[in-house]
Design a binder for this molecule. Structure first.
Ligand SMILES: Cc1ncc(COP(=O)(O)O)c(C=O)c1O
Length: 408
């Protein structure tokens, strides 16, 4: 059942969810292309998300690297600070047009939860977010933001208490409540039709990039570089260029080592085929077919599976996969801030790290565009803890002391 990309994709769910997914597929066919939906969505993209996001020429870095001319697509300028809002807002609007009154979502790092909560607030739907308790502890600032937008955040205590357990809890809730509720899935994966739906809403990144590069340079780029967790920013950025002679580079989380639990590299032989969370793809797995632990300094790339279309395009060679480790990611984050005045998300810094290595190997006439999928404010507690440790510790201790004094 469902659409396949080579061997990957499909729809592996129970009967109740099949009904909800069929209703979603019908809405994609009938509501998405309608003039009413397109007009409302375009207005929201322009006046709420802030699209088009800028394409910025990196003159200093291009000069330093002495190779390709580098551009950055600034998705971090979008409302809520990352590309996640492109999909969240599209799906929440679709849910509203379907007559749903409530949306639910899973979240790991919290970016997709924040985007969904903001979109639901904007469009007047109630919102419940499922989040593992380990992630709640790691990502308190985003939990706070979701609550400010009026969402209820439900702690998930099952399994490893991280993203995959949040997905399972959200799916379970959807089975019980699908007549009133739409499940806003956050990456280009899951059972059909989600990979296509999420790609549909994220393609705006690649479409805008194409126009902006043509306008600035008078021709298409030679290479695109994006980070890759589940894969929504990568497939959205790449797909309008799939039929062009443009090299496509996806960067996975190399973490701090090659052993299980130290990285999240699903391609290059790390991931094994499997059917997990309703779709067939490549997953980092234990010997008994459970998803294995992963690690990345960036919570958004710390996921054991990969979207089925990316897995397929990787297997055919159309997309080249590479990796960046935690240390080089932090270095790339610092170089970008100092040389271009851009503080990017740690996820996006994986793409920057790869670009810093590849650009010098290309000729001066080559054009490379790197997708900066998010901005770095959300990572302040991680980056300051790594790069500014003593002053940050002192600040946190002072703040904790101040709060303790106020409660007495
Ligand atoms: C800024 C940013 N970039 C990238 C990702 C990875 O997701 P995807 O691979 O679906 O684009 C995330 C996930 O939370 C994110 O917050």
């Amino acid at each position: 059942m469902g659409k396949y990309f080579g061997p990957y994709g499909g729809q592996f769910v129970g009967e109740v969810l099949k009904g909800a997914l069929a209703e979603l597929e019908e809405a994609m066919q009938n509501i998405l292309p309608s003039a009413a939906f397109q007009d409302s969505f375009r207005r929201l993209q322009e006046t709420y998300i802030g699209r088009p996001t800028p394409l910025c020429r990196a003159d200093n870095l291009s000069e330093d690297l002495g190779g390709a001319q580098v551009y950055f697509k600034l998705e971090g300028q979008a409302q809520t600070g990352a590309h996640k809002i492109n999909n969240a807002l599209g799906q929440v609007l679709l849910a509203k047009c379907m007559g749903k009154t409530r949306v639910i979502a899973e979240t790991g790092a919290g970016q997709h939860g924040v985007a969904t909560a903001a979109a639901a607030a904007r469009l007047g739907l109630s919102c419940d977010i499922f989040m593992g308790t380990v992630d709640i502890r790691r990502q308190q600032p985003n939990v706070f933001l979701m609550k400010q937008y009026g969402a209820a955040v439900h702690p998930v205590e099952d399994g490893s208490r991280t993203l995959k357990d949040a997905v399972n809890a959200a799916l379970k809730n959807w089975v019980e409540e699908s007549s009133t509720t739409h499940y806003v899935l956050g990456s280009a994966l899951g059972p059909y039709p989600y990979p296509d739906l999420v790609k549909h809403f994220q393609q705006v990144i690649g479409r805008e990039t194409r126009q902006q590069v043509l306008h600035d340079a008078g021709r298409l780029p030679d290479m695109l570089v994006a980070c890759c967790g589940g894969g929504s920013n990568a497939i959205g950025f790449f797909s309008p260029f799939l039929d062009d002679p443009v090299a496509l580079i996806a960067v996975e989380a190399g973490g701090y080592g090659n052993r299980p639990g130290e990285h999240a590299v699903r391609m290059e032989g790390g991931g094994m085929p499997g059917i997990i969370e309703g779709y067939h793809s490549l997953f980092l797995q234990t010997e008994d077919g459970q998803t294995s632990a992963t690690h990345s300094i960036s919570a958004g790339l710390d996921y054991p599976g990969i979207g089925p279309e990316l897995a397929y395009l990787g297997s055919t060679g159309r997309i080249t996969f590479t990796r960046a480790g935690d240390r080089e990611v932090l270095d790339a984050y610092g170089i970008l801030a100092r040389r271009e005045g851009l503080i990017c998300a740690l996820e996006s810094a994986h793409a920057v790290a790869a670009a810093l290595k590849i650009a010098p190997t290309l000729g001066r006439e080559a054009l490379m565009v790197v997708n900066l999928s998010g901005r770095g404010d959300k990572d302040l507690f991680i980056t300051a803890g790594e790069l500014y440790r003593d002053a940050w510790r002192e600040f946190l201790q002072q703040e904790a002391g101040r709060l303790a004094d106020e409660t007495h």
